[in-house]
Design a protein around this ligand. Structure first.
Ligand SMILES: *Cc1c(COP(=O)(O)O)cnc(C)c1O
Ligand code: SF4
Length: 329
């Protein structure tokens, strides 16, 4: 029998993440001329689950998983036009360092700074986080505002928190009468599907509030059988899963790849919700796809897919009252 204090399996798996660039380069068997393109030191460190690293073919950097998670020297190109450290002007919507109230009816709670993996294009890469997951002030602010009916658990990744912490969070939010919905914004199951274990499913089932899941998946290679099985367990609890993607150069910027992703998602009962235009965050300029190309891509998707499989192409504009649609009609 396992001792009671032994950490859950998913935590043990998480400890095997690649965080050392040299070790990863060795694992990927990159020749010196390609290793030279990899950034060795970074303030937003490498963090790559083993299972994702195993999906990268050896000896190449031309791979959608590689590009999303392995830092390239291009990250050091600074000063690209319009790129900054707080492109969404989120600082101006902060009620507390952890509570963002930007849109009507819903608030976003930055529950943790930790993620299962570090995505190189992440717009939160320059943020300061607060280690202690206690939210006393935030609960009070939410309770004091009856216009709020939905709390989005974001981060970082809320699934980085222990089930115990999540249980407390859900219980406290459930106690606020005007809160009807909890939304998880998570990429965790893509990197460590073992996170969706019996205990977590039991936690979801014990919550009186309606739960929605929004996962973040950018390429069909991310959605393998283990990931699908984990997501199916959530769906079998009666929870709808949506997906958001970021349009990324060299990852998913062809109509074929994006159509394959959307098709795969709807085959698994996951609704393609948003395709985000890249947030202009310093260090991510090499991922940018021009809007005009994004619009052409969406147009092609419309010809290939049923209407419900075509995501909304949006951009986040500081100060707008909703995500800004990029399509005119
Ligand atoms: C994206 C976002 C939301 C959620 O927007 P939806 O359109 O409801 O998905 C809420 N708050 C903030 C601060 C956001 O950035
Ligand atoms: S999982 Fe989400 S929050 Fe975490 S690094 Fe990736 S994009 Fe950023």
């Amino acid at each position: 029998m396992l001792p009671l204090h032994s950490p859950p399996l998913w935590r043990q798996i998480q400890r095997k993440n690649f965080t050392n660039i040299e070790k990863l380069l060795e694992f990927l068997q990159l020749p010196p001329e390609l290793s030279a393109k990899v950034l060795k030191k970074n303030s937003f460190p490498l963090n790559l689950p083993l299972r994702l690293a195993e999906k990268i073919p050896k000896g190449t950097i031309d791979d959608p998983i590689f590009r999303q998670f392995v830092p390239l020297v291009e990250e050091e190109m600074t000063g690209s036009e319009g790129f900054s450290c707080d492109p969404l002007l989120e600082n101006s919507f902060k009620k507390t360092p952890r509570l963002l109230h930007k849109y009507h009816g819903r608030v976003l709670l930055v529950t943790t700074g930790s993620c299962a993996m570090h995505c190189r294009y992440c717009f939160r890469r320059h943020f300061d986080y607060f280690p202690e997951p206690t939210f006393t002030e935030e609960y009070q602010l939410i309770a004091d505002d009856p216009s709020v009916n939905e709390v989005i658990l974001s981060g970082g990744d809320p699934l980085s928190l222990s089930d115990k912490t999540l249980r407390t969070l859900l219980e406290n939010l459930s106690a606020i009468p005007h809160i009807k919905k909890i939304r998880f914004h998570t990429r965790f199951p893509i990197g460590i599907p073992e996170r969706i274990d019996d205990e977590f499913i039991a936690l979801l089932n014990s919550c009186r509030l309606r739960i929605w899941f929004v996962i973040h998946c950018n390429h069909p290679n991310e959605l393998d059988e283990d990931v699908s099985n984990a997501l199916e367990r959530i769906q079998k609890s009666g929870i709808v899963i949506l997906n958001q993607s970021v349009l990324l150069k060299g990852v998913n910027d062809t109509p074929e790849t994006m159509a394959a992703l959307c098709q795969l998602l709807v085959d698994k009962g996951i609704v393609p919700y948003y395709i985000h235009q890249l947030d202009k965050v310093e260090g991510a300029a090499h991922f940018e796809v021009p809007e005009r190309e994004g619009l052409q891509l969406i147009e092609k998707l419309r010809r290939l897919l049923p209407g419900y499989a075509v995501p909304r192409y949006v951009r986040e504009v500081g100060g707008d009252l909703h995500k800004t649609p990029l399509e005119s009609s």
